[in-house]
Every structure is written in C-alpha cells, then in structure tokens.
Design a protein around this ligand. Structure first.
Ligand SMILES: [Zn+2]
Length: 457
C-alpha cells in the first residue's frame, strides 16, 4: 500500500529545478517518500491520502546543513570561550568536552536536530570528533532515526595530542588503529549508498592540527574502498595556515592534495583562508566546501571568498557549525548571514550584488546536495526525495514583504517552519515537532549541559 500526500495552494513554490522555476499557486504530489508531480494546483491531482493547504505559505526544498558539531549545543556561550580565536577557543573547550557521556551525545543531537528541523533543515551532516567515556557515533545516529532527520554522520577523530605537538590535550585523543577500525564498523553497520538514503557515514579526521599525516592518508584509502565521502576542517584562520606552513611546509590546500583529500567525494569546512591556487585546485578536482558564516564571524576567522569560489566553479554548501561557535543552529538564519557577509566582503567592489537572496538559498539547497555528493535532494521535481519545508507569510516579520515572498525568507527575520516533510513523513506540523516531545528533550539537555560544565570545574 502506498501513501500519497498533496501540498496545494502555495503562494509560491520554489523548485530549484534546472530553470529555477517559482510556481505561483503551486502544488506538489508525493507518493511515499518520493515527489511524483510538481506544478500549478489546478493541474495536479485534487485528492490524496493527506492534503496540506499551503495558502499564504512559501514551499521549498528542505535546507541542507553541511557542517555541524551537535554535541556543542551543550556548551553554548561558555564564558571562557566567548572571546577567543579558534585555537584559544578550542583549548578552553577541550577540557569540558572531555567529560561528555553517551547520553549527552544522544540528547544534544536530538536538540540540535530539532533546532535545525524547525528552522527549515531536512538533511544534516554532523562531525563528532571527541569520544570520551564510551561515547559513540551510534549515539547521534540513533537520535536521527528517532527524530526522522536525513543524516550524514561524520566519524571525526583526533590522534595527535599536545605531547606530540598537536593542539588537543592527550586525554581526548584516540589511537589511530582504533579510529580506523571503528570507522569501518560504522560504515559496515549504517552506511546506505542507495538513492533516498536516510543515513550515510562520512570519514572525517578532525583537522590537520589534531591528526597525523598517516591518519589522513589511511582515512582517504578507507573511504574510497567503501565509496563514502571525506570531510574535515581546513584553512579556517591565520593560525591554521601558520601551523600548516610550519609543520608540513605546505598551504592547507597543498597538504589536502598531498594526503589524497581532494575530489568529488571530499568537502572541507570553512576554507576562509584558502588561497587562489587552492581555489582553482578545488574547482579543478571537484572538491566541495562547507561555508559557515556565523562561526567565521564569531571567531573572527575572516570572510571566506565564497563569491570567488562559486565563480571558479567550486561546489559550496552551507553549515551552521557547532553551537559553541555560532551559537545558533538556525539554518534559515545562516542563509541570511551568508548573503549579508558576502556583501560586506565586496563593499569596495561589486557591493550588494555579491550575493542575492536566491543565490544564498541555492547554496543551502542545491549547493549542499552537491557537497554531500547527492542527486536526490535539494530540489522539488519528480523523482526527488520528498524533503519539503513550508514557511507561513502570516507572521509579523513578513508584514509588508509580500512583494517577493522568496527573498523575504532571507532578508527578513529568520522564521521557523510551519511544516517540514522529510522522506515523505510530516515531521513538523503547525510549527510543532511531531516526532519527539521537545520540552522533555530540552529539560534533559539543560540538565546535562549544567552537569558537563560542573564536571570541568
Ligand atoms: Zn567545525
């Protein structure tokens, strides 16, 4: 028995298809987890097992988050880490994160996913790279299964502690053989390579300054032998560049290439300080980037040259990054920051034209899909996964903005969704999460956040 769902009467339906059609009075017909028809409400079937009336709503593809550390939702605005740059910020937080427990990973993942889903995100990656006290990536994968989010779980890792010249304290790093074994276990247990997959595994040593060259190379070999993607942090700020120069006598882009970390199956977070040679090499090799504007501003890392990267042909997706350096996990809010920040970057040249609202939305949909190496999400057209979000225009923040409801989503106050459908399942209904009891999750989350901060005193 198949189940059908019809969304009709949308004020505007944003397709992100090849022609970037925006359909007035739009409708979309879904069978099970796949989109079957998209068009004008008058032209689509008039009945279905469930019908959602999208009058006065913008309907669009679910947003795709390509970089996050969900456990960091427990360590927002830690006072000693509010005003440091990347390396200082990290060294203040590592001792706190060393006390993470499996329950903390699970509950914080639920919280982070809830926040993302309410803010328009339907697919997220998460990069978990600290595994103290029996924590496992399984703890966050189970959260995604429970809440119903499409999930790319990145098995992060750190192996070079302070005693070996790395940045993290020795007690939060792991043995490299154990890292690779656990990564292989996760791929074999969870990775789904099929179209419409709800869970994929990503091989993701944390950064060049926290793992060895050997692990970077072995990780690339492991990922390629299983056909899974690779992800890490790269060229985030000036200290990151200096470390690469001093330790490897290479730029971060050269180092990535040297370790086999370029190609369509690789995406790097940040790349704020990627030089021109790196930009052209990434474009040539199909290497993707996760742009995290809030985090880059928060840590004063700089402004990633996103306009230049896109013009060069690099696949760019958007990421909220972890909540210890954002400290918001609002996906539509991040789209807004991406647009505004590129305008600031080009104040002396192209000006506001550097990024439009629609270009920013495209990064967060089609861009994210490309970065995650997927062709089944990021657009609303027949054959795509049914990942759809709806924003109501009947809100004070959109008053006076109905001239262009699509641009309003980005220019005006970031809104939460009225509805979210992931893989054909309604996971947010009338603005409320349907899959978990959010107040219960948040109460436990706040208790665990308190416990974690206390444990480090
Ligand atoms: Zn990050």
């Amino acid at each position: 028995m198949t189940k059908t769902l019809l969304i009709k009467n949308a004020r505007v339906l944003v397709t992100m298809d090849a022609d970037r059609r925006e359909i007035a009075n739009g409708a979309i017909f879904i069978r099970d987890n796949v989109i079957e028809q998209v068009g004008n409400s008058a032209d689509l079937p008039h009945s279905a097992d469930e019908i959602i009336d999208a009058t006065n709503h913008v309907v669009m593809p679910g947003l795709i988050n390509t970089h996050h550390h969900m456990y960091q939702s427990l360590t927002r605005v830690i006072p000693t880490a509010q005003n440091g740059e990347l390396f200082n910020w990290l060294t203040n937080l590592y001792p706190i994160w060393a006390n993470l427990t499996p329950e903390m990973v699970h509950v914080s993942s639920l919280t982070a996913m809830a926040e993302l889903m309410l803010s328009g995100c339907t697919t997220s990656s998460d990069h978990l790279y600290v595994y103290p006290n029996g924590c496992k990536l399984d703890d966050s994968i189970e959260a995604a299964q429970k809440i119903g989010m499409r999930f790319h779980a990145a098995r992060g890792s750190m192996s070079v502690g302070q005693s070996k010249g790395g940045l993290p304290p020795d007690r939060v790093v792991e043995d490299e053989r154990a890292i690779l074994q656990d990564t292989q276990r996760l791929i074999e247990t969870y990775h789904d390579a099929e179209r419409y997959a709800m869970q994929r595994i990503v091989v993701a040593p944390c950064s060049p300054f926290s793992v060895s060259r050997d692990l970077m190379r072995e990780a690339a070999l492991l990922a390629r032998s299983h056909g899974v993607s690779l992800h890490t942090h790269l060229a985030e700020n000036a200290n990151d560049i200096a470390y690469s120069r001093e330790k490897f006598n290479m730029t971060p882009a050269e180092y990535a290439e040297d370790c086999g970390w370029v190609g369509h199956d690789v995406w790097h977070a940040h790349c704020v300080q990627l030089d021109d040679d790196g930009i052209y090499m990434f474009a040539r090799t199909g290497t993707g980037i996760a742009h995290c504007p809030c985090s880059n501003m928060r840590l004063a890392s700089g402004i990633a040259p996103i306009r230049k990267m896109i013009d060069a042909g690099i696949a760019v997706g958007l990421g909220v990054d972890g909540c210890a350096s954002n400290d918001s996990g609002h996906m539509l809010g991040e789209v807004r920051q991406a647009m505004l920040l590129q305008r600031v970057a080009h104040s002396q040249t192209t000006g506001p034209d550097a990024m439009t609202a629609r270009q920013a939305l495209e990064i967060a949909t089609l861009g994210g899909a490309k970065v995650l190496n997927r062709d089944d999400i990021g657009a609303l057209k027949p054959g795509m996964a049914a990942d759809i979000v709806m924003f109501s225009l009947d809100q004070i923040g959109f008053a006076g903005a109905w001239h262009d409801p699509v641009a309003a989503l980005v220019f005006c106050t970031p809104s939460n969704v009225a509805y979210s459908i992931i893989n054909g399942r309604v996971v947010v209904r009338n603005g409320e999460l349907a899959s978990v009891d959010l107040p219960v999750v948040l109460e436990r989350h706040n208790q665990l956040a308190f416990n974690l901060a206390e444990a480090a005193r």
